[in-house]
Write a protein that binds this ligand. Sequence first.
Ligand code: HEM
Length: 453
Amino acid sequence: MTVHVSYIRFHMTQAKFPPGPSTNLLWAKEPSIRKDVLGHFHNTVRAYNGISRAAVGPYHYVNISEPAYIERIFTHPEIYEKGRDARTLRFILGNGLVTSEGEFWLKQRRLIQPLFHKSRLQSFVQKIEESTAAMLKNWEGHTGEVIDMHTEMTQVTLDIVSQTLMSTEVKGDFKRISDALVVVMEGMMKIIKLPVWVPTPGNLKMQKNRALLFDTIAKIIEERRASKTVYNDLLTMLMEVEDADTRERMTDTQLRDEVITIFLAGHETTANAMSFTFYLLAQHPEIKQRVVEEFNSVIGDGEMTFDNLNKLAFTTMVIKEAMRLYPPVWGITRDASQEDVIGGYRIKKGDSIAMSPYAVHRLEKYWENPLKFDPERFSPERMKNIHRYAYFPFGGGQRMCIGNNFAMMEMQIILVMACTQFNFTLADNFKLELEPLITLRPRHGVKMVLTKI
Ligand code: HEM
């Protein structure tokens, strides 16, 4: 057996490394990876055939864009683990679902997965409708004015995650939590940074905001444990789930990590996806009109439920197409924990892997006329021609987004409620600029003018 394994290893190390630039991208004369990371990915996936390798600072990055190779990464978690980037994120997300690994992650995922089952999601429809209705009511007082759709979407998704996760409104605690999160996340996005324990002013600010965040969540959990009220929310569910074998429940620290994780993973991504969807619809009133017509014929005055929202086929295609052009998670990384061979090329133990939904979703090779906003690409007939891993806004394999059905349901509700009540146009001279932080955001928001229908 030992002979066999070392024989395979010998062959792996004989394979050539993937092609790529010989200079270190971080010290290059034009460090595109720092100045324009989206442009860098865009160019790299076109310059090489599905796989390339380059030194970035002290590490080597393998950039992968061929769907079959992406599939291998996602479906071989024993080789490709979350690695360095997840360890950085642990500063804020602790050992929650996004950042944990191995047995511990599996145990948590099995505990939490049932909370995202459609029977549970149904119980959140009303809360999502109420938050959206409150936003639309407020819009009525601002028709004809320029509003920032990104701010609106950030607030409504924050309200929704607060209500569904902890039955708490966005005031006091939650405003503080979200502001603190922004400070921490922006600080962490700096590609070259000193370790967080070095007392630079930026790091001290991050530490302070993290402490505030942890205290606020701990206080909410403590209050909840002492309360007699029964809440219908994710926090109650998280507090009640038990390990099937040991019957143990989550510790307070673990609860805190999962709460911050869901809070963060669950609102910014959805807010960005919605902002880009409205941006596209404002330029395509005929597509927006089809969303309205579909809603009127499928649901109309009827009740919104998880099941009948899923019958909104065209609306779903619109959301998918918006996330193709503007995937909220624009880059996904892994680290190789062992040697591997992909497409005949050697992947060295310790290499980082980067896969960019943003770049792959715009590749001419897989998408005809890729810059065109065309929801029909996702019609059942045309979907058959799309490789499963040429489109991966929610990732893939066992680490795929746990909240994808929640997110789709939330986006369907916001979209149909807003589209049936308002028309949107882009503000004069507004030009979309992208800002790739951990999520892909509109740098200066999405400025729009609303009219009531
Ligand atoms: C449009 C909205 C969303 C997008 C585009 C999105 C995207 C993603 C992606 C790409 C991943 C995988 C990351 C990786 O493989 O490294 C992920 C993981 C995750 N997402 Fe989402 N997400 C969205 C909404 C949500 C919502 C609403 C929730 C919760 C309420 C959520 C909770 C999570 C969690 C907990 C994970 C980690 C899963 C694990 O590793 O087991 N996400 N998401």
